[in-house]
Design a protein around this ligand. Structure first.
Ligand code: ZN
Length: 281
């Protein structure tokens, strides 16, 4: 069999907190031909006060523990990405279950996007509402996400002003309802304390020679498409390709800066943590 030399995947990525010097509740990591993006389920700015979560480590610790476990376990290419995620959730729980109350409804949780390539295929896994775009040469990219969290029936902000008490009460009610529906039969799967959530993820495999570009993005980095209606998915992918992942985040911040009161686009966070990784083959 002739030896075929493959060009390695070219990866560029940026992960930024919602405002400079804040804690980043997204996480991005890579090794060889594997990329992992996590978006932690945090507490919106509009929910006042420090909330008890049962975890003394905090969300960034959870994300780093889960993310590094995913990269480590993903080295075993015989294990499916769902198996890799299930094992990594178990290991992360084991690392803090003696000190922390993992039954607390607000225990740390995260979305997951994983991409892993080998000589002939590219595997992907998407859990919850982060997004993977894959350019396979068609007119439109494949858009892979799990909308179950977005289709929850949550109280709306209506015309409430973000600086009002009622607005903060709605934000708090939304947070607690989303937490209650985590890994609930009528809710949505997410990476938290139940390894079985891994088998609810959206997964698939594409022939490597069909994949041209892929973009992994947290929901803070897809607002130009799915919240602000400024770009199509194709345009978002092209913007990342031409201006780099930071170009996507810069343009998102410009729109957020123009509506800091959240009036044009009602939303729980004026600014969100934003992470973009672009892979080119
Ligand atoms: Zn903990």
């Amino acid at each position: 069999m002739p030896h075929v030399r493959l060009d390695p995947v070219k990866l560029t990525g940026v992960s930024t907190p919602n405002r400079p010097f804040r804690q980043n509740e997204d996480w991005l990591g890579s090794r060889a031909e594997m990329v992992v993006l996590l978006d932690g389920c945090g507490v919106p700015d509009s929910v006042s006060g420090e909330l008890e979560t049962g975890c003394s480590h905090g969300l960034p610790w959870f994300l780093k523990s889960l993310g590094t476990a995913l990269l480590r376990n993903g080295e075993d290419t015989r294990a499916s990405l769902s198996d890799v995620l299930a094992t990594s959730i178990s290991q992360t729980c084991a690392a803090h279950q003696t000190r922390c109350d993992l039954t607390h409804p607000l225990t740390p949780a995260s979305t997951v996007v994983m991409l892993r390539g080998d000589a002939s295929t590219v595997d992907y896994l998407v859990l919850s509402d982060s997004t993977l775009l894959v350019d396979d040469g068609g007119d439109e990219p494949m858009v892979i996400s799990d909308d179950r969290v977005r289709s929850l029936a949550l109280p709306g902000f209506g015309d409430l002003r973000p600086d009002s008490r009622q607005y903060r009460e709605v934000a708090s009610a939304r947070l607690h309802e989303r937490a209650r529906m985590r890994n609930h039969p009528e809710g949505y799967p997410v990476a938290s304390t139940d390894p079985q959530a891994a088998y609810q993820a959206v997964t698939g495999q594409i022939r490597r020679d069909r994949v041209r570009r892929a973009l992994l993005a947290s929901d803070g980095a897809t607002r130009l498409v799915d919240m602000f209606d400024q770009l199509t998915w194709t345009q978002l992918l092209d913007l990342a390709f031409t201006a780099g992942p930071e170009g996507v985040i810069d343009r998102t911040r410009e729109v957020e800066d123009a509506d800091t009161a959240c009036l044009a686009w009602p939303r729980g966070r004026a600014y969100d943590d934003a992470t973009v990784a672009l892979c080119r083959w």
